[in-house]
Ligand binder design. Structure first.
Ligand SMILES: [Zn+2]
Ligand SMILES: [Zn+2]
Length: 343
């Protein structure tokens, strides 16, 4: 079978791998579509560990099952989440499933950028979801990224009636817009620098889309005027730009929450003003990945149309062009979600 092996963003080689055999509780999935994630473009994170077989947003058809795979059967159309928690460690017991060691160690093998992949017994038992008829394989690849959005909304404790500021409208940002509206937010202000993305944000239902002012003080004034309060109840920064993060902290309401969703380089930092945080009771938090509860909600939102999956997929590539798909994703020029499709 064809499997893509990543060395760096410009060097991805398609190699011939043996088709794996499912053991007890395991399933073999024929990949039909696999999403390219921004995480697949972070060379500083990936290259030191290369060669790697990537692809963690995969959907396909079950073609072989090992003994004792429960309800999953040959022919099922599935989305398999790449990480699954143990459910019993100290992190899982506190509900922090994405911090679980088992979660980080579990992977589909060799990965979603491969003609076939194996899902372990834990994957099959905990986070293999059968796609409803009206969810295509391509849309099925959005279960994982949308689940990350849901995870963030839950971690920020977004409530119906909240005012929310969202910074950044990449593919994740566009999913945030739709999911936040589904969550019943009262007011939503979206920030974006790129003009074509601003248009997309409007298309996806953002009521107010702004280009940030140069001076953050002006921005604070503007948001206070629009919201009629001290700031937004929840601020979600879905951009790895440090200025966006700094601005995000300033735009939160008293008692508000700021959630960092994107990953800057580990050496980068922003100034923090503890006194401001203290007097305004600002909560600063973050969210990493998504758990088996988030994926189920994500699939519901894709199936009931609250999030319009088809409109989020802009580019399709064969596995041989994975490097092009990665570079397109990294360029932020005119693309939403890029997916690798398999005949
Ligand atoms: Zn991803
Ligand atoms: Zn655990």
């Amino acid at each position: 079978m064809k499997t893509a092996v990543y060395h760096n963003n410009h060097d991805v080689r398609v190699e011939d791998y043996p088709i794996p055999e499912p053991g007890r509780g395991e399933i073999l999935v024929q990949t039909r579509a696999s999403g390219v994630c921004v995480a697949d473009t972070m060379e500083w994170y990936l290259s030191p560990r290369a060669p790697l077989t990537l692809g963690h947003e995969a959907a396909g058809v079950v073609v072989k099952v090992g003994p004792e795979t429960g309800k999953i059967q040959v022919g099922d159309r599935v989305s398999v989440h790449h990480h699954v928690p143990c459910l019993i460690c100290e992190h899982c017991r506190r509900g922090n499933y994405t911090m679980c060691e088992t979660f980080k160690k579990t992977h589909i093998r060799p990965g979603g950028f491969s003609e076939f992949f194996l899902a372990s017994a834990l994957h099959v038992e905990r986070d293999t979801l059968v796609l409803p008829e009206n969810v295509s394989f391509e849309v099925g690849t959005l279960v994982e990224p949308l689940a990350c959005v849901i995870h963030a909304i839950r971690k920020a404790n977004v409530q119906p009636g909240d005012s929310v500021v969202l910074v950044g409208t990449g593919t994740m940002g566009l999913m945030f817009i739709q999911a936040l509206k589904y969550w019943g937010v009262r007011k939503l202000i979206v920030y974006e620098i790129l003009e074509w993305r601003q248009k997309k944000a409007c298309e996806f239902g953002a009521p107010i889309v702004l280009t940030p002012y140069q001076d953050p003080e002006d921005e604070v004034k503007r948001v206070r005027e629009i919201l009629g309060t001290h700031g937004a109840d929840k601020v979600i920064v879905a951009a790895k730009d440090l200025r966006a993060m700094e601005m995000g902290v300033r735009l939160a309401n008293k008692g508000g929450t700021v959630l960092f969703f994107a990953t800057p380089h580990p050496q980068e930092s922003i100034p923090l003003f503890p006194s401001y945080i203290f007097f305004n009771e600002i909560t600063i938090t973050s969210s990493y990945s998504a758990n088996h509860l988030d994926t189920r909600t994500a699939l519901d939102l894709l199936a009931n149309g609250a999030v319009t999956g088809e409109a989020l997929i802009s580019h399709r590539y064969p596995i041989e062009q994975l490097s092009e798909a990665i570079l397109q994703t990294a360029s932020r020029q005119g693309s939403l979600k890029c997916v690798i499709t398999f005949a």
